[in-house]
Design a protein around this ligand. Structure first.
Ligand code: NAD
Length: 703
């Protein structure tokens, strides 16, 4: 009857093994069988102690996320009532934790009177990462075990801790070095409990978990973190739940936790984070590519150009234990590039993120060369030279000459046509775009640009290697700017035009950071370099020449040598890291607006939000319609991981679904009318948006 539980009795000890592969997610079927097994043990007079463990698997990675938001999550027995029942049994329960006890898995362990773990185990309550809070007693039982402050840290960060730390906090009774001895340790603890007729549950070590806290602890904690949380409600709910643990008896605290959990589960924030969770699992799945698509082996990588991007790209591979050959034009550039990589690793060592040995191991995987013959055997070559089509084409002609057959030839271009680069080789099927984001060793986004001729196994191999180096690979078709930078253009255009119409840089940025973006678009231009965007514009003036009025302010700043943060002056003034408004920029905007005949007026925050965000969304929908992006959740991942769009809003397209697609279309139409010729030129709704609204669709999908 119990296909998910392996039950056996050894003397007075019942061993209840959870066998729900792969991670003992606590779905309804497992909950039901676990309860039945524990009831069986409870009713068996010969059983004195019950041991719960993962049978050949981790203890439990937590709730079954597929059940969230649906009826299955509350199907009987739901996790809170299952755990409540376990705490009522009059026999000691021991959780023997191997591998993982996360979320509901840790709450299951907390419902047991005793806990032992293997040294390598990780324990945590990561619910906050999905906009939730532990809803099966975690916020009430953990503080009673380890105190309110430590519990708050664990739950608010969502970060797992290792078994040693858990033992020190009092979350575990014992830690065993070797996983093979875990059950033996649980058995010997069981024998001890039987021998000393221990109670089913020992007295709470922290019966009053908030006793040691300073007055105003929670108010101060909220005040200190308000800025970091921005508009998110999940951290607020976590604090409220821990406060309840400090002020209410357990039963009332559990009831309060349950209310808070239900609120969180229904929140748009949690829905957005769950959307992102599933988006990350979907990304990289492509029609025509499956597990049967062959993968080319990648053991040696070469990077052409050891500049800002080349160095960062090389670090990704060295971090994953893959040897990299860096090729440069001149010895000085190569030395500079390698020295910069070492410096980056040294910073990680100083911050305690890397050991000195790891630094040397990684540097030993990196080799420099000036000679193409040295990269002839590379399986994957990534070009990261200057952003110029003739230069890149020349590099690819050489690669075509020297590289072995079957090598994957990739370009890190941010804007150039991957097909035009592939066309200079005799093997366009082996050419692909790999658009890393800066800093390339840190940013998780990788746009994988599929050229017209790119072979399926090249795409499958790059997706696989991307995951191996810890990236989120999003496939894009070929177009100017691919997914991310193409969407950046209308978003940025509106911000610039608004400066001419009367908004200030600070006002524009404040609206965007208020939405939760890591940085406003104007400050972002200062960071990326006004010179960089000027040079990109220069290279394609003939394509975008029909209305460049909105670029005039940026062009004027470039002419003044105000390149942004690097020159301490751009849209803002910089003193160190501090940003200040500059009345001269406002005066310049006024002057340019006058020259262009653009009337100045007071601009509302709503208008800034609508024009920047709706144009961003509209472009994303257009990209989906053109087939440049595969699915709307891919677009969300690009903007969350490459451009600082808040994950808790689910990315721009998920956010637009929340606003309502009909409303989005209506607002675009409104500005099309209200902004005269400018509106008529730029506020053209994407045809797919119109079709979705006409069909009454709530979700953005290709139809
Ligand atoms: P960079 O100027 O820092 O580095 C380019 C390096 O390439 C220099 O060290 C140069 O010596 C070397 N180089 C030039 N021609 C070469 C050749 N023929 N053979 C070998 N080496 C050569 O530039 P970067 O910022 O690292 O940009 C490199 C590429 O990455 C560009 O295509 C750029 O568009 C793209 N990119 C840049 C960013 C960014 O934020 N910097 C982000 C994504 C993509």
């Amino acid at each position: 009857m119990n296909n998910l539980i392996h039950y056996r009795c050894e003397g007075s000890v019942a061993l209840v093994g959870l066998t729900c592969a792969p991670v003992n997610a606590l779905g309804q079927a497992l909950r039901e069988q676990l309860l039945a097994a524990c009831e069986l043990a409870a009713a068996d007079a010969s059983v004195k102690v019950i041991v719960l463990h993962g049978e050949g698997l981790v203890f439990s990675a937590g709730a079954d996320i597929c059940e969230f938001g649906g009826a299955a999550a509350f199907a009987k027995p739901d996790l809170p009532s299952l755990l409540a029942r376990l705490t009522e049994l009059d026999k000691p329960l021991i959780a023997a934790i191997g591998g993982l006890a996360l979320g509901g898995g840790l709450e299951l362990a907390l419902a047991c009177g005793y806990r032992v773990a293997q040294a390598g185990a990780r324990l945590g309550l990561p619910e906050i990462k999905l906009g939730l809070l532990p809803g099966a007693g975690g916020t009430q039982r953990l503080p009673r075990l380890i105190g309110a402050q430590a519990a708050l840290e664990m739950i608010a960060s969502g970060q797992p801790i290792n078994a040693t730390r858990a033992l020190a906090l009092g979350l575990l009774d014992r830690v065993v070095q070797d996983a093979d001895n875990l059950l033996d340790t649980a058995r010997s603890l069981a024998e001890e409990l039987i021998a000393r007729q221990a109670p089913a549950r020992p007295a709470c070590p922290q019966a009053n978990p908030g006793a040691a806290l300073p007055a105003n602890y929670f108010a101060d904690y909220r005040a200190a973190n308000q800025g970091r949380w921005k508009g998110q409600s999940a951290p607020q709910r976590v604090v409220t739940a821990i406060e309840a643990a400090c002020s209410l008896p357990l039963a009332e605290g559990l009831a309060r936790e349950s209310e808070l959990f239900k609120e969180a589960e229904a929140s748009s924030e949690s829905q957005a984070l769950r959307h992102v969770f599933f988006a990350e699992r979907e990304v990289g799945k492509l029609p025509g590519l499956d597990t049967g698509t062959p993968i080319r082996p990648i053991t040696q990588v070469a990077v052409i150009g050891a500049g800002t991007m080349g160095g960062g790209i090389a670090m990704n591979f060295a971090n994953a234990g893959i040897a990299v050959m860096l090729l440069e034009l001149k010895a000085e550039a190569l030395e500079r590039g390698l020295a910069q990589i070492r410096k980056n690793y040294e910073t990680s060592v100083q911050r305690g993120k890397l050991t000195a040995e790891q630094l040397e191991e990684r540097m030993a995987l990196l080799h420099g060369t000036l000679d193409y013959a040295d990269i002839a055997q590379a399986d994957l070559v990534i070009e990261a030279v200057f952003e110029s089509l003739p230069i890149k084409q020349q590099v690819f002609r050489t690669l075509d000459e020297v590289c072995k057959a079957g090598a994957i030839l990739a370009s890190n271009t941010s804007t150039l046509d991957v097909d035009a680069i592939a066309a200079v080789t005799r093997r366009p099927q082996d050419v692909v775009g790999l658009h890393f984001f800066s800093p390339a060793n840190v940013m998780r986004l990788l746009e994988v640009v599929r050229g017209t001729a790119t072979a399926p196994d090249v795409l499958a191999t790059t997706l696989k290697i991307a995951k191996r180096i810890g990236k989120i690979p999003v496939v894009s078709g070929v177009c100017f700017g691919f997914i991310g930078n193409r969407m950046l253009e209308p978003y940025s255009r509106e911000a610039h035009r608004l400066l001419l119409e009367g908004a200030t840089p600070a006002q524009v940025d404040k609206v965007l950071t208020g939405l939760g973006l890591a940085m406003g678009v104007i400050a972002m231009h200062d960071l990326a370099g006004i010179d960089v965007s000027f040079l990109v514009r220069e290279s394609r003036r003939e394509v975008i020449a029909h209305d460049l009025g909105y670029c005039k302010l940026a062009d004027a700043l470039y002419a003044l040598g105000r390149y942004g943060q690097k020159t301490s002056r751009g849209y803002y003034l910089y003193e160190g890291r501090e940003r200040k408004d500059d009345p001269q920029v406002v005066a310049l905007a006024e002057q340019i607006a006058g020259e262009l005949g653009i009337p100045r007026r007071a601009i509302s925050d709503q208008e800034i939000h609508d024009r920047c965000v709706l144009m961003l969304v509209n472009e994303g929908i257009q990209l989906l319609d053109e087939g440049i992006a595969q699915r709307s959740s891919d677009i969300d991942l690009v903007w969350i991981n490459g451009y600082g769009f808040p994950a808790w809003r689910g990315g721009p397209l998920h956010y637009a679904e929340g606003l309502g697609l009909a409303q989005v279309l209506e607002r675009i139409g409104h500005y099309r009318e209200a902004l005269g010729d400018y509106g008529a030129m730029w506020f053209q709704p994407a045809a797919l948006l119109e079709r979705l609204v006409a069909c009454g669709k709530a979700r953005i999908e290709r139809i």
